[in-house]
Design a binder for this molecule. Sequence first.
Ligand SMILES: [Zn+2]
Length: 82
Amino acid sequence: MGIKRAGREVGTFFPAGIDHSPMGIEQLSCPTCGTTFEMGLPRSATVQSVTTEAREEPDDDRVKVRPNACPNGHECYVMFRF
Ligand SMILES: [Zn+2]
């Protein structure tokens, strides 16, 4: 499921249990090329970091890691707390 915006899909994340929370669009910077891109996250989410390496989700139900990619196709991993 994604948000249609300007004709393309942006990454979205709907944590179980808070599906009805208002969504916000976070502006992120690609760690590889610095291009700004958008990702839909719960409005209450705080982005912790964006990295090029996949990593384990911490043992914390409030912290999630989700893969994404910038418009140039660089994969990255967004860690956020909500
Ligand atoms: Zn990039």
